[in-house]
Design a protein around this ligand. Structure first.
Ligand code: ZN
Length: 200
C-alpha cells in the first residue's frame, strides 16, 4: 500500500476494495478518480450513498430493495397478482425487470439451498413463499433459478413444497440464447434446448 496516502484515503481504498469486482488495485484507481473529481463525482456519490443508507429498505412482501415497503412492483395494481416469479436474489429480479417481459410479482429467496455451504430451507424465504402461494389467489409460481446444481436442487425442493398450494409450478426454459451460435454453446445447453424443443 502506498505509504504516502493518509489514513482517510487508505480507509476509502480498503472499503472500496471490498466491493465485488474491485480488488485493491482497482480500488486505488477508483479512489484516485474520486479524489480528482471531488465536485462531479465524490460529492454526488457520498450523497447517493447516504440517501441509500437512510431510505432503502427490504420489501416485506417480496424481499426486493426499494425506498417504499411494499416496493413499487408489489404496489403496482396493473401487475398480475396471480403470478409469482421466484428469483435467487435482487440482482436476478433486476435482470428480469430489465428484460421487461414479466408483468407479475416476485419472490426473492435470498440464496439457494446448498448442502456444501450448509444452507437449508430455514435460511431462505421459503416459508413466506409457501404462505403467499397458498389460499387460491396465486395461479402460477415461476421458478427463475440458475441452471446450476444448487439452483436445480432448490427448484426441485420448492416444487415439492408448493404441491399443496394448488398453484401451477413452472421453470424458465433453457436453451439457445438470442443471437446464439450453436458452435459456441456448451453441450449441456444444446442438450437442454433440444429437450425443450417446440413446434416451429
Ligand atoms: Zn415487493
Amino acid at each position: 500500500m502506498a505509504a504516502s496516502a493518509g489514513p482517510e484515503i487508505e480507509r476509502l481504498i480498503a472499503l472500496l476494495s471490498k466491493l465485488p469486482g474491485l480488488g485493491p488495485r482497482s480500488a486505488r484507481r477508483a479512489t484516485l478518480a474520486l479524489l480528482k473529481r471531488r465536485d462531479q463525482l465524490l460529492g454526488p456519490l457520498a450523497d447517493a450513498l447516504a440517501a441509500a443508507r437512510d431510505r432503502v429498505k427490504t420489501c416485506g412482501v417480496c424481499g426486493a430493495l426499494d425506498t417504499t415497503d411494499p416496493c413499487a412492483v408489489c404496489n403496482d395494481q396493473s401487475r398480475d397478482q396471480t403470478l409469482i416469479c421466484v428469483v435467487e436474489d435482487v440482482g436476478a429480479l433486476w435482470a428480469m425487470e430489465r428484460a421487461g417481459a414479466f408483468r407479475g410479482r416476485y419472490h426473492v429467496l435470498g440464496g439457494l439451498l446448498s448442502a456444501l455451504d450448509g444452507v437449508g430451507p430455514e435460511a431462505l424465504r421459503v416459508r413466506e413463499l409457501v404462505q403467499r402461494s397458498t389460499g387460491g389467489s396465486v395461479r402460477e409460481v415461476i421458478l427463475a433459478l440458475p441452471a446450476t446444481v444448487d439452483g436445480q436442487t432448490t427448484a426441485h425442493y420448492l416444487a415439492e413444497r408448493l404441491i399443496p398450494s394448488g398453484a401451477a409450478v413452472t421453470s424458465l426454459a433453457r436453451g439457445v440464447p438470442v443471437g446464439g451460435d450453436l458452435d459456441w454453446l456448451d453441450d449441456g445447453t444444446i442438450a437442454q434446448a433440444l429437450r425443450a424443443r417446440r413446434p416451429a
